[in-house]
Design a protein around this ligand. Structure first.
Ligand code: NAI
Length: 711
């Protein structure tokens, strides 16, 4: 068996332990890597010829990416999970107790267990590479740092900084790590190895005692029990608000940290292990880990296809809400100059103003330097002319949602740009095949469907038409990732994937209003289910005109399966547009919501009469139609797998991550049970609920996941 660790010792007594997990791009602590480390530790502890030991990685971009997520996903026994944590504690404590100082020399990504081993080292050195990230992201997987991180981090950086790193689970840069004292030094990458050696030689001999964190804030808040209690209470309060009681891990982490500080390291490790036992086997962790794996899979979309050269000269046609947002994103994330074309000067001015506003907000929060803002703004090249498009290699169209207009734009573009230039449409409801109909070279025509607001929504649907080339889709996926988005490939068809499923959900919300339910109860039901926003509030957000139009188009496509109450057209015809006009189903003051508008009922001829409804039953009524339709989407091949569907729903609609996604939620309930519920609703409410053939087939095969595994 090839080994994961290599030990070398020089004449000067300096030894290097290099982690290089065979056949993997990343170093991770698999079971076998840990066993090997354990064996190494036994021999290392007996070495008297080592003055200082440097831990490094042979992987160019990664130091240690953490524990093996697949192994955490598989564990179902709390006792086994707890034992896994205690095993790590023993190993890392043995590392900490080595009879010579240790140096973690971090030159690439260092996460989770990697950071915990670094914390057990005497010294931590990081390179100044700008892409280096170091952190403890376990909370994002529904667990907590379980190999000593909750105990050692506060001792190294203080309570406040430890909470800041552990609770959001967001990794930080090397410079940030050095600033908070997580790293002892930030070294220039160009000279990293030499500087590490010099540091190690200078610090050889017995482990040194680290200076404790000082400064008035640390003294006041962290060194005395009263101050600490205050900090912990604040953290609990903030966490309760942020998690709404749905995610147990962050609160648990606060308790473990508190125990480690108040009762010592041994008690802290013990609390950590017990917490891991419970959290790692919790449904929340399983859902979040499942999503994490889908995200990893999304990074591989398009692998194997021959990619054209990376995008260098992009353009966006149409500088409205979406086009302007996309241009800002390209300048920000890809750092590329982008041509922004519109037929109205006013639209260009608004788009530039909007981009400037987004950058300015980051400047105010000190996340962006004013000079960087100016540099990014200079990348936006507004124009009313077509001249210059000839040199573009990637064009995103975001003009008005009108087929004839889009067809003309594509036909003109196809004549103007080189053959290899990718022509992507951001349409939300029109067919990609139809849009490209008049354009030459249809294999380069594709959908690149962003969600609103572009800077915040993490999903991009890569819409593949009948003629779209494989390379074209792969290029869009790659560009989406470069823009920091998660791509999901979907097939051309009404509403693609996300809007199609959402239409069934919002139609049902409208039907509930029609039955006499109150706006706040309908929305509350979905908030309780875990959605970030209720469906009626969402309709206001999207714009009632846009919602109605999308509803109309999809009703046209799906007919009786997707009926809407008759008053739906009236809703859009009243001039109420939702948030953008200050009045919709709710009232607004600027962007602030002021509660449902009581006038809405009489306007639509409704009378709210059902009080204190069963909110869980209401939520089920709105979620089940999506499950029913999801089965159809999978069977029609609109999306490749339930995992991709789940990722799209979580990233495109905010479907609760702790449920893991729509299909995973449905599998958890049991598809046969849900099919029976649909059958009964079809009888009591209306035939639109009749379970689809596709759903019944998935139910027969034991669920979405089981069926997709069997394929
Ligand atoms: P918008 O109405 O804000 O912007 C459209 C812009 O296109 C206007 O500035 C208009 O002057 C310009 N335009 C019209 N014809 C043009 C032409 N021939 N050449 C250049 N510019 C032209 O529309 P919005 O909301 O930005 O939507 C754009 C596209 O994105 C539509 O296809 C829409 O379905 C899609 N979309 C919209 C979302 C939303 O929430 N607004 C979400 C996802 C997709």
């Amino acid at each position: 068996m090839s080994e994961a660790f290599r030990l070398e010792r020089g004449e000067d007594g300096l030894a290097t332990l290099t982690f290089d997990l065979p056949d993997r791009k990343a170093n991770i602590f698999t079971r076998s890597a840990l066993a090997e480390l354990e064996a190494r530790l036994t021999t290392l502890a007996a070495r008297t010829d080592i003055a200082c030991l440097v831990l490094t990685s042979a992987k160019p971009d990664i130091f240690i990416a953490g524990a093996d997520v697949d192994e955490i996903a598989d564990v179902t026994d709390p006792v086994e999970a707890e034992a896994g944590s205690r095993y790590g504690h023993r190993l890392f404590s043995a590392w900490e107790a080595l009879p010579f100082p240790t140096v973690a020399a971090i030159r690439g990504t260092c996460l989770g267990g990697g950071t915990e081993l670094a914390l057990a080292s005497t010294w931590i050195l990081v390179s100044d590479r700008t892409d280096l990230r170091i952190g403890l992201p376990e909370i994002q997987l529904g667990i907590l740092p379980g190999w000593g991180g909750c105990v050692r981090l506060p001792r190294r950086v203080g309570l406040l900084a430890a909470l800041d790193l552990i609770l959001p689970g967001r990794p930080i840069s090397g410079a940030h790590a050095a600033r908070i004292g997580l790293a002892d030094a930030l070294l220039p990458d160009a000279d990293f190895d030499r500087r590490v050696r010099a540091f190690a030689l200078a610090n050889s001999g017995r482990p040194a005692r680290r200076p404790r964190k000082s400064g008035p804030r640390a003294l006041l808040l962290e060194r005395n029990p009263l101050g600490r209690r205050f900090v912990l209470a604040q953290a609990r309060k903030k966490t309760r608000i942020a998690t709404k009681g749905r995610y147990p891990a962050p609160l648990r982490a606060i308790e473990v940290i508190a125990t480690g500080l108040a009762r010592g390291a041994v008690a802290g490790f013990d609390a950590e292990a017990r917490a891991i036992g419970e959290l790692a086997t919790s449904p929340q962790a399983k859902g979040l880990i499942y999503l994490f794996r889908q995200m990893e899979a999304a990074k591989r979309v398009g692998e194997g296809a021959t990619l054209p050269a990376p995008v260098r000269r992009p353009a966006v046609i149409g500088a409205g809400i979406m086009g302007g947002g996309i241009a800002q994103l390209v300048a920000d994330k890809a750092g590329l100059p982008i041509r922004v074309k519109d037929i109205q000067a006013a639209a260009l001015a608004t788009a530039l103003g909007h981009a400037a506003g987004l950058f300015e907000r980051r400047v105010r929060r000190r996340r962006l330097k004013p000079a960087e803002k100016r540099r990014k703004m200079a990348l936006l090249q507004p124009t009313l002319e077509d001249a210059g498009l000839e040199s573009c290699d990637f064009v995103i169209e975001a003009v008005v949602e009108n087929l004839a207009v889009k067809q003309k734009v594509f036909a003109d573009l196809a004549r103007r740009v080189p053959e290899r230039t990718i022509l992507a449409s951001n349409t939300s409801s029109l067919s990609i095949d139809a849009i490209g109909q008049l354009a030459a070279g249809r294999e380069r025509v594709v959908g690149m469907h962003f969600f609103n607001p572009v800077d915040r929504m993490p999903l991009v649907e890569v819409v593949v038409g009948r003629q779209t080339g494989r390379e074209t889709a792969a290029a869009v996926a790659a560009f989406a990732r470069r823009l920091g988005k998660t791509p999901v490939v979907v097939r051309d068809g009404p509403g693609f994937l996300v809007n199609r499923l959402l239409a069934f959900y919002s139609a049902e919300a409208m039907w509930l209003l029609d039955e006499g339910l109150r706006v706040e109860d309908v929305d509350r039901a979905m908030l309780d289910f875990g959605m970030p926003m209720g469906p009626l509030r969402l309709a206001d957000e999207v714009g009632l005109d846009v919602s109605a139009k999308v509803g109309q188009i999809l009703h046209g496509a799906f007919g009786d399966r997707l009926p809407f109450p008759a008053w739906i057209d009236r809703l859009a015809g009243t001039g109420r547009l939702g948030v953008k006009s200050g009045l919709g189903i709710y009232r607004y003051d600027g962007r602030r919501e002021r509660g449902p508008d009581p006038g809405i009922y009489s306007l639509l001829g409704l009378s709210p009469r059902r009080t204190a409804p069963d909110l869980a039953a209401l939520a089920e009524r709105m979620v089940l139609p999506m499950v029913n339709e999801a089965a159809r989407c999978l069977e029609e091949g609109v999306v490749g797998s339930p995992g991709e569907l789940d990722l799209a729903m979580v990233f495109g609609t905010g479907f609760p991550p702790f449920h893991g996604g729509l299909c995973r939620w449905a599998d958890g309930q049991g598809l046969a049970v849900l099919a029976a519920r649909l059958e009964s609703l079809a009888g009591s409410v209306g035939p639109r609920f009749a379970p689809s053939e596709a759903l019944l087939r998935f139910a027969e095969q034991g669920g979405f996941a089981a069926a997709s595994l069997a394929r």
